[in-house]
Design a protein around this ligand. Structure first.
Ligand code: HEM
Ligand code: MG
Length: 262
């Protein structure tokens, strides 16, 4: 009579997989789950690599999620984790979540291609779009996917393969738009670097590091669905995404941007 223990083992295995996430176990946020301005963290929560409720992330939890789901190195995660801690207003906080990330002008910024933004001075109304969220000035919701903003970004991805120049153009276009129409637009130097990092992020996760291109269909699927594009043939990168990769690709994007100040 070993059936009950087999059932138990089977259930425990399913439970373990659900708790740790997998490419196959994607489903959208349920009632009460929190999602934020970062499409990739939302995606990892939708797969269960991050806790689906979207709250109270510790460093080991985030290392597991970015490491297992994307093959992102622990030093990148540590750096981003520590920036994100500043979005938790609790004194001496050791956790943050998708519910705290959108606290405006800490990491969430204007000109959203939703980048990680760090402001050196406390501030009021600012936004940086990478390309799929509105500036805070225009709306109470600078956190949720906004198809008008996103359509503007994707218009600059003019080939089947997104190259560095297209990524730079998309980022610059969102910034110019914010400068033109958002009278309270602000972007610190650090925030600008972080927005380049967002571009680097999608190029690295969905791209070919040697060719410096990313498949547009994969990038678009990810932004629209907040889901990893396995059904289009995407696989978790087999080579770790290192801090050097992130810094190099951010620099390529900044160097391809014709306005030096941005
Ligand atoms: C946007 C945080 C990891 C890709 C953002 C934003 C935040 C954020 C706060 C919103 C910025 C804004 O207002 O525009 C984080 C943190 C991470 C992380 C704390 C890790 C602990 C990643 C990774 C990727 C990524 C691994 C890889 C693809 C993006 C992109 C945007 C973004 C593409 C721009 C979205 C848009 O404006 O359309 N992230 N992020 N992030 N993040 Fe992340
Ligand atoms: Mg924003």
């Amino acid at each position: 009579m070993c059936a009950p223990s087999i059932v138990f083992v089977a259930l425990a295995t399913v439970g373990f997989v659900n708790a740790q996430g997998s490419l196959a176990s994607w489903h959208p946020a349920g009632p009460g789950d929190s999602r934020g301005p970062c499409p990739m963290l939302n995606t990892l929560a939708n797969h269960g690599f991050l806790p689906r409720e979207g709250r109270n992330f510790t460093l080991p939890i985030v290392k597991h999620a970015l490491g297992t789901g994307l093959n992102v190195s622990d030093d990148i995660t540590e750096e981003l984790f520590n920036f994100a801690l500043t979005t938790n207003p609790a004194p001496n906080a050791t956790t943050w979540g998708l519910d705290t990330l959108g606290n405006h002008n800490i990491l969430e910024h204007d000109a959203s291609l939703r980048s990680v933004l760090i402001l050196s001075t406390p501030y009021t109304e600012f936004a940086l779009p990478f390309g799929s969220r509105s500036d805070k000035y225009f709306t109470d919701d600078a956190v949720t996917f906004n198809s008008t903003v996103y359509d503007q970004t994707r218009a600059y991805w003019t080939g089947d393969l997104i190259d560095i120049q297209m990524a730079a153009n998309a980022r610059l276009a969102r910034m110019i738009d914010s400068v033109k129409y958002n009278p309270r637009f602000a972007l610190s130097e650090l925030a600008g670097e972080f927005s380049a990092g967002e571009g680097a992020g999608y190029m690295l996760v969905f791209g070919n590091r040697t060719e410096k291109t990313a498949r547009r269909d994969l990038v678009e699927y990810f932004f629209k669905n907040e889901r990893l594009p396995t059904e289009l043939g995407w696989k978790i990168p087999t080579t770790v995404i290192s801090l050097d990769d992130l810094n190099n690709f951010s620099e390529y994007i900044i160097n391809a941007t014709s306005i030096e100040a941005l």
